[in-house]
Design a protein around this ligand. Structure first.
Ligand code: KG4
Ligand code: ZN
Length: 360
């Protein structure tokens, strides 16, 4: 039997073993992670059950279906994670669950389960901000030190954040309408591709001509680092309508054109944020790090464009593996490790939050 390798013992640092629970969207997930800040941590178990099939007929996530599905499977997923890690409740140092932001029904299921387990086992509770979990994934994966600049691009969020330390985040820019992944999903629906649209558009774009249709690049060249994608989606709709029932090549050209426009927007907004990060953290970050996280970071064309951008200005680009970029509970457990190590645990009456900005 291969026992977990002891971590950080040589540094005399206490190691934490934490159960993480994630139920804020359409993945039911539980994981056990062991480690100490700044990481990397050791993932002893990482179970993710996607509800994709349940939502596919509706072309998006249906909150009521999601909450019910979490209730049905969460206990079994947690049992499986504990089994995979060969751990029991007494072996844990804390129990962490996403407490927001997200679909409130699902968040309640995960947080209430964590509260019950924490109370029953006499363990501290950590109420995790889902965005902080995406932000710190890179520390779980690679032990990246603070500060770093984060581009978080997922189905629900699109923002640029300077991560200064645990719980210390400076918002550089965010979307004023749709998130990047949402734009992928809505555009995919417009051109007749199934949900979730990101991977479908990425695949179709490979055979398309990105220059056939002139699509807008909202916010490009503007001051600051805010994003906007709704105008781009509307432009795709208009082209698709004009084309009537678009043939296969037209759909591929639309996918390629849309993806190229998104890339231009992400690159321009991130470039502005990199300049600001250099101004504000110049001394602390001689070789500054750009981290990209969230489901959209799985897109290879986007990764390549951001890698080129980072290279232009001497930033080191770090992108966690796709399995850690999309929603998972290992990232939630990792925030549990960081917060437990800092003594930042939460009372059992902590409330779930549908909205919970990472930084103001
Ligand atoms: O981080 P995530 O799993 O869930 C949220 O917290 O939102 O992100 C899901 C989003 C979806 O909108 C999906 O279409 C998008 O990530 N996505 C992609 C790709 N893979 C997933 N977008 C573009 N290209 C991809 N390869
Ligand atoms: Zn997410």
């Amino acid at each position: 039997m291969d026992l977990p390798r002891p971590l950080s013992i040589d540094r005399g640092m206490r190691v934490y073993t934490v159960l993480g629970i994630e139920t804020s969207c359409d993945e039911t997930a539980a994981a056990i992670v062991r480690g100490a800040p700044p990481g990397p941590g050791e993932i002893l178990a990482n179970v993710v059950l996607s509800q994709l099939e349940a939502h596919r007929p509706y072309g998006g996530v249906v909150p009521e279906i999601a909450a019910r599905a979490h209730v049905e499977v969460l206990d079994g997923i947690i049992a499986r994670a504990l089994g995979d890690a060969k751990a029991d409740l007494p072996a844990l140092d804390a129990i962490a669950a996403t407490a927001g932001p997200g679909l409130i029904g699902g968040v309640m299921v995960g947080l209430l389960t964590a509260k019950g387990m924490a109370l029953g086992a006499g363990k501290p509770l950590v109420a995790v901000n889902h965005l902080e979990a995406h932000a710190l994934t890179v520390r779980l994966a690679e032990g990246t030190g603070f500060p770093f600049l984060l581009l978080l691009i997922s189905g629900g969020h699109c923002q640029l954040v300077a991560c200064e330390g645990l719980g210390r985040y400076r918002l550089y820019g965010a979307t004023i309408d749709d998130a990047a992944g949402e734009a992928f999903d809505k555009t995919a629906k417009l051109i007749g591709l199934p949900y979730p649209g990101g991977p479908q558009i990425e695949a179709l774009a490979r055979t398309g001509n990105a220059r056939r249709f002139a699509l807008p690049r909202p916010m490009v060249g503007r001051a600051g680092s805010d994003f906007s994608f709704s105008g781009l989606k509307t432009a795709v709709r208009q082209v698709a309508l004009r084309a009537g029932a678009p043939d296969a090549q037209t759909r591929a050209d639309l996918a390629a054109g849309f993806q190229a426009a998104i890339i231009d927007c992400l690159v321009d907004r991130t470039r502005a944020a990199m300049a600001r990060f250099r101004r504000e953290f110049g001394i602390a970050a001689k070789a500054p790090t750009l981290v990209v996280s969230g489901g959209v970071a799985s897109n290879m064309a986007i990764r390549a464009a951001l890698k080129a951008l980072a290279g232009e200005d001497g930033f080191d680009l770090r992108v966690p593996s796709p399995a850690l970029c999309t929603d998972n509970a290992a990232m939630v457990a990792w925030v549990g490790v960081e917060r437990a190590a800092a003594g930042m645990t939460d009372p059992l009456d902590v409330a779930p939050r549908a909205r919970w900005p990472l930084a103001g």
